[in-house]
Design a protein around this ligand. Structure first.
Ligand SMILES: *Cc1c(COP(=O)(O)O)cnc(C)c1O
Length: 390
């Protein structure tokens, strides 16, 4: 059976260039990078190179502003809780958007239990955070603002530079979850005035279980994981040399190929959306009309459930997602679509198609064919009809 993977916002395959970078680190350069002997030094030089590559990819001022973590989730948890705890004596108020990844939202919930106060900002119908809402939310006690660069469900891009500037006008630290942004939008942490930023390797053709937190020198943070002097004594645990080597290579390639990949994905996206609109009635494309990345398309199919579409597509070898992968077991509508004001029924019928860099036109044609069939089949047995709805 033909297989088409359209769930690249959940994870990607590991590219062969990245694999090649990692392989020697498993059995040739296998030293502990904290060891002083030659085996250790060799491993540590691999880590240094990866750190330089990550720093260079985001235009960090210094490589020592990059701290490797076990992924985006840890980087988000660490940024939110670590910065909150380091600055708690200054104030206990934090501002985030209501469409953040659960790694940020759940970290905030935990801080609420500890006595921190969190403002969850609304977004407009396109998923954009309004600067006026940020200004309205800022208090004397606000220590941190965290807004994601690109949303993982609808692909909306926020006005990060303007938000960071606003935060700094009030002496507030600014963090962004850039997991979905790397390789999709140009990131320059100095130009964009970002103080802290979360990254992950497995969304950019790198391995799972590795990522990084960029933390501008001078910003304080409490460690999240203790028990060793790794990562400038800020993140304990034996350094995951193969994964870090892979991440360094993956981010280097992601930034190198950014414009060519995005140009290609833009064509793919436009063709896909045009054809879906042409062939399938009663749909709604969710997200911003242009302030968005091309790799993610979120479409609501009226009168049917996203879960059912997902399962029928899966039977035909097509992999898509409803909302984010972590919540796909729960039948509650996505918090992102809800925040965008999309009614429950449309949110339940939403599917996220996320394209990878290896996608071909014939893949898309195949998806269109099975999607059209799946939707009409489900609608023919749906208890909700267009007449009955309105
Ligand atoms: C995938 C993702 C994360 C989590 O990263 P992991 O490396 O899987 O822990 C965080 N934020 C966003 C926006 C994501 O898409």
């Amino acid at each position: 059976m033909r297989k088409v993977y359209l769930d690249n916002a959940a994870t990607t395959y590991v590219s062969s260039e990245v694999m090649a970078e990692m392989l020697p680190c498993f059995n040739t350069i296998y030293g502990n990078s904290s060891s002083i002997h030659s085996f250790g030094r060799e491993a540590s030089s691999i880590v240094d190179r990866a750190r330089d590559r990550v720093a260079h990819a985001i235009n960090a001022n210094k490589s020592n502003e990059i701290y490797f973590t076990s992924g985006g989730t840890e980087a988000d948890n660490w940024a939110i809780k670590g910065i909150a705890h380091a600055y708690a004596s200054k104030g206990k108020h934090i501002i985030v958007s209501s469409i953040e990844h659960h790694a940020v939202l759940d970290a905030c919930k935990q801080l609420e239990d500890e006595g921190f106060e969190i403002t969850y900002l609304p977004v407009d119908k396109y998923g954009i955070v309004n600067i006026a809402d940020i200004l309205h939310a800022i208090k004397k006690t606000t220590i941190l603002i965290s807004i994601m660069t690109v949303n993982n469900e609808v692909g909306t891009i926020q006005n990060i530079k303007a938000i960071a500037k606003t935060a700094h006008e009030y002496g507030i630290i600014f963090h962004t979850d850039a997991v979905q942004a790397i390789g999709a939008v140009k990131i320059d942490v100095q130009d964009m005035e970002i103080d802290a930023m979360s990254m992950s390797a497995h969304k950019i053709y790198g391995p799972k279980g590795v990522g990084a937190l960029y933390l501008k020198n001078g910003i304080q943070i409490e460690p999240l994981i203790i028990g060793g002097n790794q990562e400038r004594a800020k993140r304990g645990g034996t350094t995951n040399v193969p994964a870090i080597a892979g991440f360094g290579k993956a981010i280097e390639i992601a930034v190198r190929d950014l414009s060519i990949n995005q140009q290609k994905l833009k064509v793919v996206r436009e063709y896909f959306v045009t054809m879906v609109k042409e062939r399938i009635p009663y749909i709604q494309v969710n997200g911003h009309p242009h302030q968005k990345i091309s790799g993610i398309v979120n479409i609501s199919f009226e009168m049917i459930e996203g879960e059912s579409i997902l399962m029928l597509l899966d039977l035909e070898g097509v992999a898509v997602s409803t909302a984010s992968a972590c919540t796909s077991n729960a039948l509650e509508p996505s918090h992102v679509l809800k925040a965008m004001g999309i009614e429950d029924e449309l949110a339940q019928g939403a599917i996220r198609f996320s394209f990878g860099k290896n996608i071909s036109k014939s893949d898309i044609d195949y998806v269109l064919e099975v999607l059209e069939k799946a939707v009409s089949k489900l609608r023919s047995i749906s208890p909700i009809t267009k007449a009955g709805r309105r």
